[in-house]
Design a protein around this ligand. Structure first.
Ligand code: COA
Length: 164
């Protein structure tokens, strides 16, 4: 298993793997692949890491800037995708651990994502009542400060289409 930054040649395969990963997820919006494409086009990817195995891409994670209480300096993580036949074999964990390491190294103040607490709390994410995303139930707004805690509304990049 190799983790590396995406290259321009990876774009189509990342879209296909993202669509495949979310195809059977009840909570999926169906727009996850487009979110990655829009972030790339807007030059808003703080990181885009692929997991390569046997010459194919089997997993991917993205991160982009968010505003917390109107202030920059934190990152939003997602989408995170693993090919369905390879899920639950440690790929998602490896991608998340590497993304957190890189975002810290980039000097980000903290990270936030919208996701299943049953999965993400193992990486140190908590549901902090001081942080909220419009339209998303509080238990799914998971965050992890690297420096000091912040409070307020979180605005993901417009590529996520969360602004309503
Ligand atoms: C969610 C996802 C990224 C996890 O990646 P993965 O490679 O399958 O996960 P891992 O193998 O690293 O899982 C590690 C642990 O988390 C558990 N786990 C995996 N997915 C889980 C989930 N959705 N809920 C709770 N636990 C989960 C695994 O059982 C494993 O537990 P263990 O270490 O006790 O055996 C992957 O399943 C996926 O792509 N799902 C579809 C897309 C999606 O939902 N993405 C996340 C959006 S919030």
């Amino acid at each position: 298993m190799t983790l590396r930054a995406e290259t321009p040649q990876d774009a189509a395969e990342i879209s296909a793997l993202t669509s495949a990963a979310f195809a059977t997820e009840a909570h999926a919006s169906g727009t996850e692949a487009q979110i990655v494409e829009r972030l790339r086009k807007a030059d808003a990817l703080l990181l885009s890491i692929v997991c390569e195995e046997g010459g194919r891409l089997v997993g991917h994670i993205a991160a982009s800037p968010v505003l917390v209480g109107g202030q920059p300096g934190w990152a939003g993580i997602g989408p995170l995708s693993v090919l369905p036949d390879l899920q639950r074999s440690g790929i998602g964990s490896a991608l998340m651990t590497e993304a957190l390491r890189q975002l810290r190294a980039l000097g980000q103040g903290g990270v936030v994502l919208v996701g299943d607490p049953g999965y993400y709390t193992r990486f140190g994410f908590v549901a902090d009542p001081a942080l909220h995303v419009r339209g998303i139930p509080a238990e799914y707004v998971l965050s992890q400060p690297f420096a000091s805690r912040r409070s307020g509304g979180i605005r993901f990049h417009p590529a996520f289409g969360l602004e309503g």
